[in-house]
Design a protein around this ligand. Structure first.
Ligand code: PEP
Ligand code: MN
Length: 329
């Protein structure tokens, strides 16, 4: 990764002139870090840009070539405004899939009462079998975002197809990228270009470094931030649906200040283990959890076995607050 540093009094015109020159020289991507001084990060896979030619341009104070590739993930600051439910944490909950107005209203009313700010609900469901419930699509997205708004909530929802991003961006506040899409680079780019925050699930067979690379793609494309979400990985163990890699997520936190949360639902695969998984993540110092809940779990059209009854979610919130308080004592 190449970078150009500007003096603290560099003007927007000087910065724009350098950007233009970089584009002309073949930069594949340029992103800006706005700290005390502006830094341009340049992606130049063809290695065509000669940085020394830039060091004498007006406003430039230095140029550097960095070993570290994923500079956005390494240096971006956490956004201050994505707390939800518990101070200092991002708690998100809601049904796996959006099914009906009654379902969404019952669940979101309850979650608003729990103090949540972000709720989930999938309209486009990436299912293993084409014969299973595929989601309610655009109409479900519009309906659930309206109900969320009525309760003062913001919707987090998965987008699977880059062609749906533009439409969905008017209704949702955070774009979820699912485990099966983590390295779908056109989707990451389109989602990033919306400028919304992205909740990036870890690919079920992805290493932490690959996960970081995927986040960097979204950030370079323009995502407001990335919320990393560990949802369990594929291992030889089949007693749980996936193996929740709590320490992998904690290790990621050593490399980034961006939020890292836990999804115990898709790791556990059954409701009896969901609360433990969320608490393990929070006790490990992660930044929150996203949990599938349902007012009538047995009737859920997708992921019924792991849907947490609402009363159990209240218990999870209570225990999470206690753990958070113990950690910050
Ligand atoms: C989901 O959140 O409902 C989902 C499909 O998750 P994942 O992509 O982690 O399987
Ligand atoms: Mn699900």
């Amino acid at each position: 990764m190449k970078a150009i540093l500007f003096t603290s009094d560099a003007t927007p015109l000087q910065i724009a002139a350098v950007r233009r020159e970089l584009m002309h020289d073949g930069a594949a991507g340029i992103s800006t870090l706005n700290g005390a001084r502006v830094v341009l990060l340049i992606s130049d896979p063809a290695d065509e840009i000669r940085l020394d030619e830039y060091s004498s341009l007006p406003g430039v104070t230095g140029v550097m070539e960095q070993e570290e590739k994923n500079l956005r993930v390494a240096h971006d600051r956490p956004p201050i405004d994505i707390q939800s439910g518990i101070e200092g944490l991002t708690m998100i909950a809601g049904p796996c899939g959006i099914e009906s107005e009654e379902q969404v209203a019952t669940i979101y009313e309850f979650l608003a009462g729990e103090g949540l700010r972000f709720v989930r609900g999938g309209a486009y469901k990436p299912r293993t079998s084409p014969h299973d419930f595929q989601g309610s699509g655009k109409s479900g997205l519009v309906m659930s975002s309206e109900i969320a708004r009525d309760y003062g909530l913001q919707l987090v929802s998965e987008i699977v197809d880059p062609r749906d991003v533009e439409f969905a961006a008017s209704y949702i506040s955070m774009i979820q990228i699912g485990t099966r899409s983590m390295q779908n680079f056109p989707l990451l780019k389109e989602a990033g270009m919306s400028g919304l925050p992205i909740l990036l699930k870890r690919g079920m067979s992805a290493t932490v470094e690959e996960w970081i690379g995927a986040a960097e793609h979204a950030l370079v494309a323009g995502a407001a931030t990335v919320v990393f979400c560990e949802r369990g990985i594929r291992t030889f163990e089949s007693i749980t649906r996936n193996t929740l890699d709590v320490l992998g997520a904690a290790a990621l936190k050593e490399k980034t200040e961006l939020p890292v949360i836990i999804d115990p639902s898709h790791a556990a695969g059954r409701r009896s283990l969901v609360v433990q998984g969320a608490l393990a993540g929070i006790a490990a110092g992660l930044d929150g959890a996203i949990v599938e809940v349902h007012h009538d779990p047995a009737s859920a059209k997708s992921d019924a076995a792991q849907a947490l009854p609402l009363a159990d979610f209240s218990k999870l919130m209570r225990l999470s607050r206690n753990i958070r308080a113990a950690l910050t004592m």
